[in-house]
Design a protein around this ligand. Structure first.
Ligand code: SF4
Length: 413
Protein backbone atom coordinates (compact mmCIF):
# COMPACT_ATOMS: atom_id res chain seq x y z
CA UNK A 1 0.00 0.00 0.00
CA UNK A 2 1.28 3.48 -0.84
CA UNK A 3 2.48 5.70 1.96
CA UNK A 4 -0.10 8.35 1.09
CA UNK A 5 -2.94 5.85 1.40
CA UNK A 6 -1.60 4.57 4.72
CA UNK A 7 -1.44 8.12 5.97
CA UNK A 8 -5.06 8.74 5.00
CA UNK A 9 -6.21 5.64 6.88
CA UNK A 10 -4.03 5.98 9.95
CA UNK A 11 -4.46 9.72 10.44
CA UNK A 12 -8.22 9.28 10.16
CA UNK A 13 -8.11 6.40 12.66
CA UNK A 14 -6.24 8.62 15.17
CA UNK A 15 -8.72 11.48 15.08
CA UNK A 16 -10.81 10.08 17.94
CA UNK A 17 -8.03 10.65 20.45
CA UNK A 18 -8.25 14.09 22.03
CA UNK A 19 -5.41 13.77 24.53
CA UNK A 20 -2.66 15.46 22.60
CA UNK A 21 -1.93 18.78 24.27
CA UNK A 22 1.67 19.87 24.05
CA UNK A 23 1.63 22.44 26.83
CA UNK A 24 4.31 22.02 29.47
CA UNK A 25 6.91 20.41 27.22
CA UNK A 26 10.53 21.10 28.14
CA UNK A 27 11.97 23.63 25.75
CA UNK A 28 14.45 22.22 23.26
CA UNK A 29 15.73 24.11 20.35
CA UNK A 30 17.99 23.81 17.40
CA UNK A 31 18.73 27.49 16.93
CA UNK A 32 22.44 26.82 17.58
CA UNK A 33 22.53 24.90 14.33
CA UNK A 34 22.46 21.47 15.97
CA UNK A 35 19.62 19.06 15.58
CA UNK A 36 16.28 19.32 13.89
CA UNK A 37 13.17 21.02 15.24
CA UNK A 38 12.21 22.64 18.50
CA UNK A 39 9.34 22.64 20.95
CA UNK A 40 7.63 25.73 22.22
CA UNK A 41 6.73 25.84 25.93
CA UNK A 42 3.02 25.80 25.25
CA UNK A 43 0.68 24.63 22.56
CA UNK A 44 -2.19 22.33 22.01
CA UNK A 45 -2.70 19.84 19.23
CA UNK A 46 -5.54 21.02 17.03
CA UNK A 47 -6.15 23.88 19.34
CA UNK A 48 -4.68 27.25 20.19
CA UNK A 49 -1.72 28.16 22.34
CA UNK A 50 -2.17 30.99 24.87
CA UNK A 51 -0.47 33.31 22.36
CA UNK A 52 -3.08 32.41 19.74
CA UNK A 53 -0.86 30.13 17.68
CA UNK A 54 -2.32 26.89 16.45
CA UNK A 55 0.07 24.07 17.26
CA UNK A 56 -0.05 21.20 14.87
CA UNK A 57 1.20 17.71 15.41
CA UNK A 58 1.35 14.82 13.03
CA UNK A 59 -1.23 12.67 14.75
CA UNK A 60 -1.25 9.10 13.49
CA UNK A 61 -1.55 5.52 14.52
CA UNK A 62 1.32 3.18 13.80
CA UNK A 63 -1.37 0.69 12.84
CA UNK A 64 -5.13 0.41 13.16
CA UNK A 65 -4.95 -3.36 13.47
CA UNK A 66 -5.86 -4.31 17.00
CA UNK A 67 -6.23 -7.47 19.06
CA UNK A 68 -8.64 -5.77 21.46
CA UNK A 69 -12.33 -5.33 20.93
CA UNK A 70 -13.30 -2.08 22.62
CA UNK A 71 -16.88 -1.51 21.49
CA UNK A 72 -16.60 2.27 21.11
CA UNK A 73 -13.51 2.07 18.89
CA UNK A 74 -13.54 2.02 15.13
CA UNK A 75 -10.29 0.03 15.13
CA UNK A 76 -11.56 -2.82 17.31
CA UNK A 77 -10.81 -6.28 15.97
CA UNK A 78 -14.45 -6.96 15.02
CA UNK A 79 -14.72 -3.73 13.03
CA UNK A 80 -14.87 -3.92 9.28
CA UNK A 81 -12.55 -1.00 8.52
CA UNK A 82 -9.72 -0.98 6.05
CA UNK A 83 -6.49 -1.81 7.88
CA UNK A 84 -3.03 -0.41 7.39
CA UNK A 85 0.29 -0.32 9.19
CA UNK A 86 3.32 1.93 8.99
CA UNK A 87 6.80 0.70 9.59
CA UNK A 88 8.62 2.79 12.20
CA UNK A 89 10.92 4.08 9.41
CA UNK A 90 7.89 5.37 7.48
CA UNK A 91 6.60 7.36 10.45
CA UNK A 92 10.07 8.80 10.98
CA UNK A 93 10.26 9.86 7.36
CA UNK A 94 6.80 11.43 7.40
CA UNK A 95 7.54 13.32 10.61
CA UNK A 96 10.81 14.73 9.30
CA UNK A 97 9.35 15.58 5.89
CA UNK A 98 6.36 17.36 7.42
CA UNK A 99 8.52 19.10 9.96
CA UNK A 100 10.94 20.42 7.40
CA UNK A 101 8.04 21.73 5.33
CA UNK A 102 6.77 23.52 8.42
CA UNK A 103 3.51 21.57 8.48
CA UNK A 104 3.95 20.32 12.03
CA UNK A 105 5.80 20.99 15.26
CA UNK A 106 5.84 17.44 16.49
CA UNK A 107 4.39 13.97 16.53
CA UNK A 108 1.52 12.35 18.39
CA UNK A 109 1.83 8.60 17.99
CA UNK A 110 -0.55 5.91 19.14
CA UNK A 111 -1.22 2.38 17.94
CA UNK A 112 -3.61 -0.52 17.97
CA UNK A 113 -2.28 -3.52 19.89
CA UNK A 114 -0.47 -5.88 17.58
CA UNK A 115 0.87 -9.24 18.69
CA UNK A 116 1.09 -8.09 22.34
CA UNK A 117 1.56 -4.95 24.43
CA UNK A 118 5.37 -5.17 24.59
CA UNK A 119 5.79 -5.71 20.87
CA UNK A 120 3.54 -2.72 20.12
CA UNK A 121 5.40 -0.50 22.57
CA UNK A 122 8.73 -1.55 21.07
CA UNK A 123 7.54 -0.41 17.62
CA UNK A 124 6.24 2.90 18.96
CA UNK A 125 9.49 3.46 20.86
CA UNK A 126 11.54 2.69 17.78
CA UNK A 127 9.94 5.65 16.01
CA UNK A 128 10.81 8.01 18.85
CA UNK A 129 14.29 6.54 19.24
CA UNK A 130 15.12 6.94 15.56
CA UNK A 131 13.82 10.51 15.55
CA UNK A 132 15.76 11.53 18.64
CA UNK A 133 18.94 9.50 18.25
CA UNK A 134 19.41 9.05 14.51
CA UNK A 135 18.04 12.42 13.42
CA UNK A 136 18.52 14.53 16.55
CA UNK A 137 14.87 15.57 16.29
CA UNK A 138 14.04 18.16 18.93
CA UNK A 139 10.39 18.67 18.12
CA UNK A 140 7.58 17.63 20.40
CA UNK A 141 6.82 13.93 20.77
CA UNK A 142 3.75 12.56 22.53
CA UNK A 143 3.60 8.77 22.83
CA UNK A 144 0.51 6.85 23.79
CA UNK A 145 1.56 4.05 26.10
CA UNK A 146 -0.04 0.73 26.88
CA UNK A 147 -0.58 -0.08 30.54
CA UNK A 148 0.16 -3.78 30.00
CA UNK A 149 3.62 -3.05 28.57
CA UNK A 150 6.65 -3.79 30.72
CA UNK A 151 7.99 -1.14 33.08
CA UNK A 152 11.28 -0.99 31.16
CA UNK A 153 9.46 -0.09 27.94
CA UNK A 154 7.33 2.61 29.59
CA UNK A 155 10.56 3.99 31.06
CA UNK A 156 12.15 4.06 27.61
CA UNK A 157 9.07 5.76 26.10
CA UNK A 158 9.20 8.38 28.85
CA UNK A 159 12.88 9.08 28.18
CA UNK A 160 12.22 9.80 24.53
CA UNK A 161 8.89 11.66 24.70
CA UNK A 162 7.85 15.06 25.98
CA UNK A 163 4.49 13.73 27.08
CA UNK A 164 3.16 10.25 27.56
CA UNK A 165 -0.40 9.25 28.13
CA UNK A 166 -2.58 6.25 28.78
CA UNK A 167 -6.26 6.54 28.01
CA UNK A 168 -8.48 5.22 30.77
CA UNK A 169 -11.40 5.62 28.31
CA UNK A 170 -14.17 4.90 30.83
CA UNK A 171 -14.37 6.08 34.40
CA UNK A 172 -15.02 2.81 36.21
CA UNK A 173 -14.27 -0.88 36.05
CA UNK A 174 -17.93 -1.81 35.51
CA UNK A 175 -18.18 0.18 32.27
CA UNK A 176 -14.83 -1.13 31.06
CA UNK A 177 -16.00 -4.70 31.59
CA UNK A 178 -18.95 -4.06 29.30
CA UNK A 179 -17.36 -1.85 26.64
CA UNK A 180 -13.64 -2.66 26.73
CA UNK A 181 -13.37 -6.14 28.22
CA UNK A 182 -9.60 -6.49 27.65
CA UNK A 183 -8.83 -3.29 29.54
CA UNK A 184 -8.50 -2.88 33.27
CA UNK A 185 -8.67 0.28 35.32
CA UNK A 186 -6.52 -1.36 37.96
CA UNK A 187 -3.68 -2.02 35.49
CA UNK A 188 -3.95 1.50 34.10
CA UNK A 189 -3.74 2.99 37.59
CA UNK A 190 -0.65 0.91 38.39
CA UNK A 191 1.06 2.14 35.20
CA UNK A 192 0.03 5.74 35.92
CA UNK A 193 1.44 5.44 39.43
CA UNK A 194 4.80 4.34 38.03
CA UNK A 195 4.83 7.15 35.49
CA UNK A 196 3.98 9.70 38.19
CA UNK A 197 6.87 8.45 40.30
CA UNK A 198 9.29 8.71 37.37
CA UNK A 199 8.05 12.17 36.26
CA UNK A 200 8.55 13.51 39.79
CA UNK A 201 11.86 11.78 40.21
CA UNK A 202 13.22 13.22 36.94
CA UNK A 203 12.01 16.71 37.75
CA UNK A 204 13.69 16.54 41.19
CA UNK A 205 16.96 15.46 39.60
CA UNK A 206 16.70 18.32 37.08
CA UNK A 207 16.16 20.75 39.95
CA UNK A 208 19.07 19.37 41.97
CA UNK A 209 21.43 19.42 39.01
CA UNK A 210 20.20 22.82 37.96
CA UNK A 211 19.19 21.69 34.49
CA UNK A 212 22.45 19.85 33.72
CA UNK A 213 21.89 16.88 31.45
CA UNK A 214 21.85 13.42 32.94
CA UNK A 215 20.16 10.18 31.85
CA UNK A 216 18.04 9.93 35.01
CA UNK A 217 16.73 13.45 34.49
CA UNK A 218 15.50 12.61 31.03
CA UNK A 219 11.81 11.78 31.24
CA UNK A 220 8.49 13.17 29.94
CA UNK A 221 7.30 16.21 31.84
CA UNK A 222 3.85 14.84 32.47
CA UNK A 223 1.08 12.43 31.63
CA UNK A 224 -2.49 12.90 30.47
CA UNK A 225 -5.49 10.74 29.69
CA UNK A 226 -8.77 10.71 27.85
CA UNK A 227 -12.25 9.59 28.85
CA UNK A 228 -15.12 9.01 26.47
CA UNK A 229 -18.31 10.77 27.49
CA UNK A 230 -21.71 9.39 26.58
CA UNK A 231 -20.75 5.88 25.46
CA UNK A 232 -21.95 4.39 28.76
CA UNK A 233 -24.32 5.33 31.55
CA UNK A 234 -21.70 7.04 33.72
CA UNK A 235 -22.89 10.30 35.21
CA UNK A 236 -20.89 13.51 35.32
CA UNK A 237 -20.37 12.79 39.01
CA UNK A 238 -18.57 9.55 38.11
CA UNK A 239 -16.39 11.36 35.56
CA UNK A 240 -15.49 14.21 37.89
CA UNK A 241 -14.76 11.90 40.82
CA UNK A 242 -12.46 9.89 38.56
CA UNK A 243 -10.74 13.07 37.36
CA UNK A 244 -10.26 14.18 40.96
CA UNK A 245 -8.68 10.79 41.69
CA UNK A 246 -6.36 11.11 38.68
CA UNK A 247 -5.27 14.66 39.45
CA UNK A 248 -4.66 14.07 43.11
CA UNK A 249 -3.21 10.56 43.11
CA UNK A 250 -1.37 10.49 39.80
CA UNK A 251 -0.68 14.19 39.19
CA UNK A 252 -2.07 14.08 35.67
CA UNK A 253 -1.63 17.27 33.71
CA UNK A 254 -4.91 16.94 31.92
CA UNK A 255 -7.94 14.75 31.65
CA UNK A 256 -9.53 15.14 28.22
CA UNK A 257 -13.25 14.60 27.85
CA UNK A 258 -14.14 13.35 24.42
CA UNK A 259 -17.82 13.17 23.54
CA UNK A 260 -18.56 9.77 22.12
CA UNK A 261 -19.21 10.01 18.41
CA UNK A 262 -21.10 7.19 16.74
CA UNK A 263 -18.77 5.19 14.54
CA UNK A 264 -19.56 3.40 11.28
CA UNK A 265 -20.89 -0.13 11.87
CA UNK A 266 -21.26 0.42 15.61
CA UNK A 267 -21.56 -2.32 18.18
CA UNK A 268 -25.17 -3.00 19.18
CA UNK A 269 -24.53 -2.08 22.82
CA UNK A 270 -23.55 1.51 22.01
CA UNK A 271 -25.99 4.40 22.13
CA UNK A 272 -27.28 5.37 18.70
CA UNK A 273 -26.77 9.07 19.28
CA UNK A 274 -23.85 11.18 20.39
CA UNK A 275 -24.32 13.06 23.69
CA UNK A 276 -24.90 16.82 23.31
CA UNK A 277 -21.51 18.50 22.76
CA UNK A 278 -22.37 20.96 25.50
CA UNK A 279 -21.96 18.10 28.00
CA UNK A 280 -18.30 17.77 27.04
CA UNK A 281 -17.93 21.55 27.39
CA UNK A 282 -19.56 21.60 30.85
CA UNK A 283 -17.23 18.80 31.99
CA UNK A 284 -14.22 20.83 30.87
CA UNK A 285 -15.57 23.84 32.78
CA UNK A 286 -16.13 21.73 35.90
CA UNK A 287 -12.67 20.21 35.54
CA UNK A 288 -11.23 23.74 35.34
CA UNK A 289 -13.05 24.68 38.57
CA UNK A 290 -11.46 21.71 40.34
CA UNK A 291 -7.96 22.40 39.04
CA UNK A 292 -7.74 26.16 39.38
CA UNK A 293 -10.64 27.54 41.43
CA UNK A 294 -10.43 25.37 44.53
CA UNK A 295 -13.73 23.53 44.03
CA UNK A 296 -14.12 19.95 45.20
CA UNK A 297 -15.96 17.51 42.93
CA UNK A 298 -18.72 17.04 45.53
CA UNK A 299 -19.51 20.77 45.43
CA UNK A 300 -20.14 20.63 41.69
CA UNK A 301 -22.01 17.33 41.46
CA UNK A 302 -23.64 15.21 44.13
CA UNK A 303 -25.82 12.14 44.60
CA UNK A 304 -28.85 14.43 44.35
CA UNK A 305 -27.50 16.22 41.24
CA UNK A 306 -25.21 13.71 39.53
CA UNK A 307 -25.17 15.54 36.19
CA UNK A 308 -24.10 19.07 35.33
CA UNK A 309 -26.72 21.62 34.35
CA UNK A 310 -26.38 21.90 30.58
CA UNK A 311 -27.99 25.37 30.53
CA UNK A 312 -25.65 27.06 33.01
CA UNK A 313 -21.92 27.00 33.56
CA UNK A 314 -21.04 24.97 36.67
CA UNK A 315 -19.84 27.95 38.73
CA UNK A 316 -23.06 29.88 38.19
CA UNK A 317 -25.06 26.75 38.87
CA UNK A 318 -23.15 26.25 42.15
CA UNK A 319 -23.73 29.89 43.14
CA UNK A 320 -27.47 29.60 42.53
CA UNK A 321 -27.55 26.53 44.79
CA UNK A 322 -25.57 28.38 47.46
CA UNK A 323 -27.23 31.76 47.47
CA UNK A 324 -26.78 32.07 51.25
CA UNK A 325 -23.04 32.72 50.58
CA UNK A 326 -23.83 35.79 48.45
CA UNK A 327 -23.62 38.69 47.90
CA UNK A 328 -19.84 38.75 48.33
CA UNK A 329 -18.25 42.03 49.32
CA UNK A 330 -15.47 42.57 46.77
CA UNK A 331 -13.71 44.88 49.20
CA UNK A 332 -13.44 42.32 51.98
CA UNK A 333 -13.78 38.78 50.62
CA UNK A 334 -10.87 36.36 50.67
CA UNK A 335 -9.25 35.29 47.44
CA UNK A 336 -10.89 31.87 47.24
CA UNK A 337 -14.35 33.40 47.71
CA UNK A 338 -13.66 35.93 44.97
CA UNK A 339 -12.79 33.00 42.69
CA UNK A 340 -16.27 31.63 43.35
CA UNK A 341 -18.18 34.70 42.21
CA UNK A 342 -19.94 34.00 38.88
CA UNK A 343 -18.47 36.17 36.17
CA UNK A 344 -15.10 36.64 37.90
CA UNK A 345 -12.20 34.69 36.47
CA UNK A 346 -8.96 34.13 38.35
CA UNK A 347 -7.19 36.96 36.56
CA UNK A 348 -9.83 39.54 37.40
CA UNK A 349 -10.20 38.28 40.97
CA UNK A 350 -6.43 38.73 41.41
CA UNK A 351 -6.61 42.20 39.86
CA UNK A 352 -9.39 43.15 42.28
CA UNK A 353 -7.17 42.08 45.17
CA UNK A 354 -4.45 44.34 43.79
CA UNK A 355 -6.74 47.34 43.17
CA UNK A 356 -8.36 47.22 46.60
CA UNK A 357 -5.02 47.74 48.31
CA UNK A 358 -5.17 51.31 47.07
CA UNK A 359 -8.87 52.09 47.28
CA UNK A 360 -12.39 50.69 47.43
CA UNK A 361 -13.67 48.68 44.47
CA UNK A 362 -16.47 50.38 42.54
CA UNK A 363 -18.56 49.36 39.55
CA UNK A 364 -16.34 51.51 37.37
CA UNK A 365 -13.37 49.26 38.25
CA UNK A 366 -15.32 46.22 37.08
CA UNK A 367 -16.21 47.94 33.81
CA UNK A 368 -12.51 48.72 33.29
CA UNK A 369 -11.71 45.04 33.92
CA UNK A 370 -14.37 44.09 31.33
CA UNK A 371 -16.29 42.01 33.87
CA UNK A 372 -19.78 40.96 32.71
CA UNK A 373 -21.99 43.12 34.94
CA UNK A 374 -25.11 41.22 33.99
CA UNK A 375 -23.63 38.08 35.46
CA UNK A 376 -21.78 39.49 38.43
CA UNK A 377 -24.05 42.21 39.90
CA UNK A 378 -26.58 40.02 41.74
CA UNK A 379 -23.72 38.29 43.55
CA UNK A 380 -21.50 41.16 44.71
CA UNK A 381 -21.29 44.22 46.91
CA UNK A 382 -19.04 47.13 45.97
CA UNK A 383 -18.61 50.59 47.45
CA UNK A 384 -21.39 51.87 45.19
CA UNK A 385 -23.49 48.71 44.67
CA UNK A 386 -25.58 46.92 47.28
CA UNK A 387 -27.93 44.48 45.57
CA UNK A 388 -31.33 43.87 46.94
CA UNK A 389 -30.93 40.51 48.66
CA UNK A 390 -34.52 39.66 47.72
CA UNK A 391 -33.28 39.61 44.14
CA UNK A 392 -30.88 36.81 45.08
CA UNK A 393 -33.72 34.78 46.59
CA UNK A 394 -35.97 35.34 43.63
CA UNK A 395 -37.07 32.24 41.75
CA UNK A 396 -36.49 34.01 38.45
CA UNK A 397 -32.78 34.54 38.98
CA UNK A 398 -31.92 31.27 37.25
CA UNK A 399 -34.16 32.17 34.32
CA UNK A 400 -32.19 35.38 33.83
CA UNK A 401 -29.08 33.36 32.98
CA UNK A 402 -30.45 30.22 31.36
CA UNK A 403 -31.08 30.28 27.61
CA UNK A 404 -34.78 30.70 26.76
CA UNK A 405 -36.66 27.43 26.44
CA UNK A 406 -37.22 26.39 22.84
CA UNK A 407 -40.38 24.75 21.68
CA UNK A 408 -39.62 21.42 20.05
CA UNK A 409 -40.54 21.22 16.43
CA UNK A 410 -43.42 18.97 15.61
CA UNK A 411 -42.27 16.88 12.72
CA UNK A 412 -45.33 15.67 10.83
CA UNK A 413 -43.53 14.40 7.77
S1 SF4 B 1 -7.04 -1.04 22.35
FE1 SF4 B 1 -9.23 -0.62 22.15
S2 SF4 B 1 -9.32 1.61 21.93
FE2 SF4 B 1 -7.18 1.01 21.48
S3 SF4 B 1 -7.12 0.70 19.28
FE3 SF4 B 1 -7.56 -1.28 20.17
S4 SF4 B 1 -9.79 -1.45 20.13
FE4 SF4 B 1 -9.27 0.69 19.85
Amino acid sequence: MELQKKLEILADAAKYDASCASSGATRKNSSNGKGVGSTGGAGICHSYAPDGRCISLLKVLLTNRCLYDCHYCINRRSSNVQRAAFTPAEVVKLTLDFYKRNYIEGLFLSSGIIRNADHTMEMVIEVARALREDHDFRGYIHLKTIPEASVALIEKAGQLADRISINIELPDEESLKILAPEKSLKRTRIAMGKIRHRVENASEIRRERKGKRSPEARFATGQSTQVIVGADKSTDQTFLNRSHDLYSNYRLRRVYYSAFSPIPEPSAILPLQAPPLIREHRLYQADWLMRFYGFAAHEIVSDQLPNLDLDLDPKLSWALRNRHLFPVDLNRAEKLMLYRVPGLGIRNADRILGIRRYGAIRIQDLIRLKVSLKKVLPFIITKDHHPNTRELDHDNLRARFAPPAKQLELNLS
